[in-house]
Ligand binder design. Structure first.
Ligand code: ADP
Ligand code: MG
Length: 754
């Protein structure tokens, strides 16, 4: 059985309506060890014959047998396998991959060997055989014609296929080099079938064992010249394939991808740069536009503090301190907070001095929260002490290892900062943690005195019951420095009156009027009523020298400084009557939920603070708009990026076209080449990913940047990364489609033309 048999093979070309005959009625049979020279005039069908044998061109008539097996039913995939297994092709115009080094070109054919070192060893051995050892690091483009052809021969040998086809391999070489190449070919292919097309028979005469003449697409003559020499010189290099593991197509693709990436450094660098700009762009857009997570944020009914349960009575009765203490004991709670309104209120601008300037930070007030052990300083212990939980961007001001700003104030109330904890997620509102006493103080301040329903005035009486004047005051400031039960009126107007009218009989009083709504829970629609109370502070408790806060007392003209105890006393008079809610703190949310169930049986409405609600339409719409904005920015960024990468890679596609076709003609499966293309693009993405992560780390660890960029969560990074990945894959798919859309032969011609 012959290695290769052509039976009545015919190939017709149809182009632009013209039918031309490539070859017709060809009957030939070949065996290993033959050196076949094919000659004939230009256009006689020599190339067509080789192309058909190589499986790069189809045939319409007859049958081609390989090792006795017919091939006419082959589809592209089978032809690929056929080429991979049987064929090495050497072209007139070399078809070396110019951007690859000599060594890479040869190694390309050795990808089936898994072990890298073995691959290298084998490539060097083959290059030694063709006399190219001294040029292994040279790029294909830098070689002379002869050197290119030697490299291609080494590459053809690397495949160790039984058939080597050479289409005018010396057509572009001078005669001396031509002879060398033919001799080399002859020497290295003694055990193979070698078919050489040439228009110069003299060059091959010495070596050829058979001479086929082609004329007008048909075989004109077929002479055996001499017997094969296979017996006299047994080839020395024998493959020891036994212990060699076969490399998978995927690994081949990986190797190829790396080679493609490194072989065009400028292009690859540019690609990396594009990916980098794109990824960074999307990242910046995301972090500057805001956090997309608002779309998925939970809507808590109350400020969520782990273990917190909010309770109120079902009948609308006011909850007493005693009752709360009983609940704590009964259910094993950690703690309770009676007047918890501030936990769920807005945040407040607190003022501090930094390098002589007034600065403001917005804080929510909190109590009972655990910020862990890794805080700077300590947790608050006194009622004027606070722990600040704030974003890292405040670190330069408040200090890194020690507390640099020790005082912070809220509308004149001075608080001592004893602890600080910084965080990176700047989507969170800063929080100011109080002791339970401290929290009650600020609650008193807010619930009673900063409401418009509270009226404070100074009344001056000439004698008991005889009011001379009443001065309206605007503000109450709790002062932790003042003696219990005392107040200080910081008002120029007051002093004026006292100076002119005051005599021994005049008495001064501070008069409070507060209002609150007393809801009737059984009938709340109609019986909403206001309630007032008056609290008088006697003359003797009004002190002459009040606190001077940061030298700013003047700023609070018209306000009353008062001791914390006095403030609390007054406020609780209202709160005790009107406040119907409280928070109980348990170890964690799980325990809180269990306790809440029991509390319900005891006649309370109990809601754990991790309870969420479905937001109303407005909130949903606002959230949606914000989310859409981010999505839109992402979209724009991605479209731009896709456009640019597409543009740039389309420009370079021509350069690849030729290379891809060469690889295909070498019998490298399309799958491997495609994998290689994908790998190359994905490698280009790596620096972008690393840089984005590095930038993110920089932004969120450098306090200065933390202020300007929205903190992104891991999943948002994942979205960016996956987005870039999908984008890259899509672009590559487009390229692959364009590259492999046409036949090998056409690509080869197209590639060679460029
Ligand atoms: P040779 O290699 O001997 O010069 P070819 O095999 O290239 O000859 O060409 C044989 C015949 O087939 C010629 O008439 C040529 O015009 C025709 N032919 C070859 N390739 C094509 C093609 N792609 N499209 C149309 N005709 C072709
Ligand atoms: Mg030709």
């Amino acid at each position: 059985m012959s290695l290769l048999t052509l039976k009545d093979i015919g190939k017709i070309y149809v182009s632009e309506g013209n039918v031309s005959v490539g070859i017709r009625g060809v009957n030939l049979s070949f065996d290993k060890g033959e050196f076949v020279a094919v000659t004939g005039k230009s256009g006689s069908g020599k190339s067509t014959l080789l192309n058909v044998i190589s499986g790069m061109d189809s045939y319409e008539e007859g049958e081609l047998f390989i090792e006795g097996q017919p091939t006419s039913h082959y589809l592209q995939k089978e032809w690929e396998e056929y080429r991979e297994k049987y064929i090495s092709f050497i072209f007139q115009d070399y078809n070396i991959i110019e951007s690859f080094t000599v060594l890479q070109n040869v190694e390309l054919s050795l990808m089936h060997i898994e072990d890298k070192k073995e691959r290298r060893r084998r490539a060097l051995e083959l290059l030694d055989r063709v006399g190219m050892t001294s040029h292994i690091k040279q790029k294909g483009s830098k070689l002379s014609g002869g050197q290119k052809q030697r490299t291609v021969i080494a590459r053809a040998l690397a495949k160790d296929s039984p058939i080597i086809l050479a289409d005018e391999p010396t057509g572009n070489l001078d005669s001396a080099t031509s002879e060398e190449i033919i001799e080399l070919l002859h020497e290295v292919s003694r055990d193979k079938l070698l078919i050489v097309v040439t228009h110069n028979f003299e060059q091959v005469e010495k070596c050829a064992t058979r001479h086929i003449r082609v004329f007008d697409g048909a075989v004109e003559s077929d002479h055996v010249i001499s017997r094969s020499e296979i017996s006299c010189k047994e080839t020395e290099v024998k493959e020891n394939t036994a212990n060699k593991k076969k490399n998978s197509d995927f690994k081949k693709g990986l190797t190829l991808g790396r080679a493609i990436f490194t072989s065009k450094p400028k292009l690859s660098f540019f690609l990396c740069l594009l990916m980098l700009i794109g990824t960074l762009g999307i990242f910046m857009v995301t972090t500057l536009c805001g956090d997309a997570s608002i779309l998925f944020e939970k809507n808590y009914m109350f400020e969520h503090i782990d273990g917190r349960v909010v309770i109120t009575t079902q009948n609308g009765a006011v909850i007493s301190e005693e009752e709360l203490e009983n609940i704590v004991n009964k259910y094993g709670a950690k703690d309770y907070l009676h007047y918890d309104i501030l936990l769920d209120s807005y945040s407040y601008y607190m003022n501090f001095k930094y390098q002589g300037e007034d600065k403001y930070v917005e804080f929510a007030y909190t109590y009972g929260e655990d910020f862990g052990d890794d805080i700077i300083g300590r947790y608050p212990e006194k009622n004027n002490e606070v722990l600040l939980y704030m974003p890292i961007s405040y670190q330069p001001m408040f200090g890194k290892n020690s507390i640099e700003i020790k005082n912070i104030s809220y509308s004149g109330m001075e608080l001592n900062v004893t602890g600080i904890k910084y965080y990176y997620d700047n989507n969170i509102t800063p929080r100011c943690l109080f002791t339970s006493e401290g929290f009650r103080t600020v609650t008193a301040l807010h619930y009673i005195f900063t409401r418009s329903s509270t009226n404070i005035s100074v009344r001056i009486f000439a004698s008991e019951g005889y009011l001379i004047n009443e001065i309206q005051l605007y503000n109450v400031i709790p002062s932790f420095d003042m003696e219990d039960g005392t107040a200080y009126i910081n008002s120029g107007e007051y002093t004026k009156f006292v100076n002119t009218l005051y005599d021994k009989n005049c008495k001064t009083q501070i008069n409070f009027t507060a209002q609150y709504y007393n809801y009737d829970y059984n009938n709340y629609e109609t019986s909403q009523k206001a309630f007032s109370f008056v609290r008088l502070i006697e003359d003797e408790n009004i002190v002459d020298n009040g606190p001077v806060i940061n030298g700013y007392a003047g700023e609070y003209d018209g306000s009353v400084f008062m001791s914390v105890s006095l403030l609390r006393e007054i406020s609780e008079e209202v709160l005790e009557r009107a406040y119907r809610q409280a928070s109980i703190f348990f170890e964690n949310d799980k325990e809180a939920r269990i306790a809440a169930e029991k509390l319900k049986n005891d006649g309370y409405i109990a809601v754990t603070s991790d309870t969420t609600y479905t937001p109303d339409a407005t909130t949903v719409i606002i959230g949606l708009i914000a989310g859409l904005m981010v999505a839109f920015m992402w979209f724009i960024a991605i479209v731009f990026l896709a456009f640019f990468i597409g543009l740039c890679s389309n420009r370079t596609i021509g350069a690849f076209k030729g290379d891809m076709a060469i690889m295909r003609s070498m019998g490298i499966p399309v799958k491997v080449i495609k994998t290689g293309m994908y790998v190359r693009m994905l490698i280009a993405l790596i620096p972008a990913y690393i840089l984005v992560i590095a930038t993110a780390v920089l932004i969120f660890t450098t306090p200065k940047f933390n202020e300007f960029f929205t903190y992104l969560y891991a999943w948002e990074y994942a979205v960016i990364f996956v987005g870039m990945l999908i984008l890259t894959l899509r672009i590559t798919r487009g390229q692959v489609k364009r590259l492999f859309g046409e036949s090998v032969k056409k690509s080869l011609k197209g590639g060679a033309a460029e």
